[in-house]
Write a protein of this length. Structure first.
Length: 404
């Protein structure tokens, strides 16, 4: 896929995009795949700016701040272990491990870079992550402020530094088994002392990790929301006054992206491909489809929200008085943007209409941490823990079997 309408961003599959988050494909597909990555990455470069103030942590008056999330996922195939037929027990064997970078928007994730590895392939992921980040460097305008998020399992000092080298801002969660010291302190101590109980929060400049090889000067954001089992601890290079730990809640949106790619929407888990290069090219097709569906769904959802605000209930209405959520908080999303967009495209096809053009319209950044749902009973928690341990033992036994 060469440079053309898709790369210029003025026409992509019949839809003009004047607001976007970027998209690209994987590094490691080869020369042609790399060109396709850059083209898809720049589809969303002609975005409108989103006005944010200096106090809200963007560092400027008019900037667009995409949230980029790093994560990995596994996919496998069901194989009969004993017997045959529809009722035989199915064993889930990991076939592929996907290292992906996605832009998240309105609880959806649009993959922009990925690398496909074998499910049990040995070796470090570091060169793959560094290659993906380096390949995306230059696809985002220099005056945009980009936050790159990752879960606790992916944190590493070299990753923090690699993100900073791209001109972006890391927003990485870490485990609580870490020692740090504030600027005015001399000795290292456990970071849990700053949020000893639910409802507490803390942020400031720290020197994190007691070991000299892993020591890092950064900002530490901590918050223990009531209802959560543990507090959130996030490392970033932003000033503490410019960052909010609640932004990290958008990292979970990449999980919905994986669901969309598999059982939720596009059905990738049914693929029987056995070559990594083919899987990477297949992801390129799904990423374009995801981008189009999300953009159409974003525009449709924005139009619906405008109509709801126009027909808002009076202050004395019974439904308004019984509403428990804050007045400025939108109602829970009953239909994701990607599903809404796909339904809109299918409806246009059935009615022989022109395929709709979409726009990626961001939401305001979260200012609070969403409280968790009501916790499960202790007996259910014990059963869940038993299943987790059993699954861990099965995976360990499978690895030993493969190694043998």
């Amino acid at each position: 896929m060469g440079t053309g309408a898709l790369e210029r961003g003025d026409c992509a599959f019949g839809s003009s995009r004047d607001h976007a988050n970027q998209c690209s494909a994987s590094a490691g597909v080869g020369a042609e795949g790399t060109n396709g990555v850059s083209a898809l990455a720049r589809v969303v470069s002609g975005c409108e700016t989103q006005e944010r103030t200096q106090a809200s942590g963007t560092g400027g008056d008019l900037v667009f701040c995409p949230f980029v999330v790093l994560d990995r996922a596994s996919v496998g195939e069901g194989e009969p272990t004993h017997g045959s037929g529809a009722r035989c027990h199915q064993r889930f064997r990991e076939r592929w491990t996907i290292l992906s970078i996605s832009v998240v928007i309105r609880s959806c994730a649009i993959p922009v870079a990925w690398k496909v590895l074998g499910g049990h392939e040995k070796g470090s992921w570091r060169p793959h992550w560094e290659g993906l980040l380096k390949h995306l460097q230059g696809s985002i305008p220099a005056d945009w402020q980009v936050l790159v998020m990752a879960d606790r399992g992916l944190y590493a000092r070299w990753l923090f530094q690699a993100i900073c080298a791209c001109g972006w801002h890391p927003f990485l969660r870490i485990n609580l088994g870490v020692k740090a010291r504030a600027e005015e302190e001399e000795n290292f101590d456990w970071i849990g002392r700053w949020t000893p109980m639910p409802g507490t929060r803390w942020k400031g400049k720290v020197e994190c990790f007691a070991g000299k090889a892993s020591r890092l000067k950064c900002s530490l954001l901590m918050h223990w929301e009531a209802g959560y089992e543990h507090p959130w601890a996030v490392l970033t290079d932003l000033d503490p006054e410019q960052a909010e730990v609640s932004w990290y809640g958008m990292r979970t949106w990449i999980e919905t992206g994986y669901k969309d790619f598999k059982r939720g929407l596009w059905g990738w888990h049914h693929s029987k491909m056995r070559e990594a290069g083919r899987v990477e090219r297949f992801w390129l097709a799904m990423a374009v489809a995801q981008l189009w569906a999300v953009s159409v769904g974003c525009q449709a959802e924005q139009q619906q929200q405008r109509q709801e605000r126009a027909a808002d209930l009076p202050a004395t209405h019974l439904a308004r008085r019984r509403r428990t959520r804050p007045a400025d908080q939108p109602p829970p999303r009953r239909l994701s943007c990607v599903v809404r967009g796909r339904l809109g495209l299918v409806a246009a096809l059935f009615n022989a209409l022109v395929l709709p053009c979409g726009r990626l319209v961001p939401e305001p950044w979260p200012e609070t941490i969403t409280p968790p749902k009501k916790g499960s009973k202790p007996s259910q928690q014990r059963q869940r823990e038993k299943r987790r341990k059993r699954k861990k033992r099965q995976k360990a036994a499978q690895r030993r079997k493969v190694a043998a």
